[in-house]
Every structure is written in structure tokens, then in C-alpha cells.
Design a protein around this ligand. Sequence first.
Ligand code: HEC
Length: 148
Amino acid sequence: MKKFKMVFLLLSVLFFLSLPSNIWAHGKEGHKSLKKEKKREHWAAPVEEIKRVNPVEKTLRSIQNGKKLFLNNCSGCHGLTARGDGPDAEFLEPTPTDLKAMAGHHSDGDQAWKITNGKDPMPAWGDMFSENQVWDIVNFIQSLKKNH
Ligand code: HEC
């Protein structure tokens, strides 16, 4: 029994000794620099999806529908202007992508696949939207390019 107490005491001491470093590591500054160090892992759609032709024309109607869907479903993370700065963004790792900066750099098929399938912490939207709705959102995101 005595031996048990000693082991417990030793473990407690070790635990408290380890505390300060934990606290510092999760302090505001520490967390920030840690975030910066972490490089964003490249997220690529399968090649055949990247090459997929967008069947929905980039009409004003499609873009406006996409914008409505975006504001209702995506802006919490990606921000109202799609700059990756929505109210939930600071709690996420990795942070939501700046989709305005991304507009025009990835093919329509690439974006549609990413929206449909998601990637933690971004949800998959394939069950939420019809294919045409996904293309409408893609058309909206790509339309942000000319406002650079
Ligand atoms: C819970 C927060 C969250 C929501 C809601 C969300 N996203 Fe994302 N999204 C993310 C994060 C985080 C990433 C970055 C994932 C990565 O790179 O690992 C991302 C990445 C993306 C990308 C990929 C950019 C690229 O090419 O690398 C697209 C496109 C995208 N989101 C579109 C959308 C659309 C459209 C919606 C709404 C239908 C949406 N997202 C909703 C968090 C979110």
C-alpha cells in the first residue's frame, strides 16, 4: 500500500511539472505561431473529376442562385465575401480556404468535387444539394475572379 502511495505521489509531481509547458504551448502566441508553421496540405480532386465539363452555363441566374446557397451554407466558415474569414474560421484547423483568391485557379470540376465530397473540417455537401446546385455554387465562386 505504501508503495502505491509513493507511485501516486511521484505521478502527481510529474503531472504538475508537465503543466506549465502545456499551458505555454496552448497560450495565444504559442497557438498562433504553431498554426503558421503548419503548412496547408494540398487537396486535389481525382484527375477525371478535374477534367469534368461544367454542364451549367455561367448565367447571371446560375451565379445568383449559387451566391444565395453560398451565403446560407458556406459563409459561416468561408466568410460573406469568400475570403476565408467567416465567424467560425478561427476555430478551424486548417482554416477555411480564401475562395476568392482561389477563383479561376482551379477547374470547375475540381471545385465541384471538393464541395460534393468535403474534407474534414469541411462537410460534404453531396447529399444536401443537387448536382446543378453544386455547379451554381461553382459558377458563383469562379465569378469572384473578375472582382480581384
Ligand atoms: C465548417 C466550415 C466549412 C463550411 C461550412 C464550408 N467549408 Fe469549404 N472549406 C473549409 C475548410 C476548413 C477548407 C480547407 C480544407 C483543406 O484545405 O484541407 C475548405 C475548403 C473548401 C474548398 C477547396 C478550396 C481548394 O481548392 O483547396 C472549396 C471549393 C470549398 N471549401 C467550398 C465550400 C462551399 C461551396 C461551402 C458551402 C456549400 C463550404 N465550402 C462550406 C471549411 C468549410
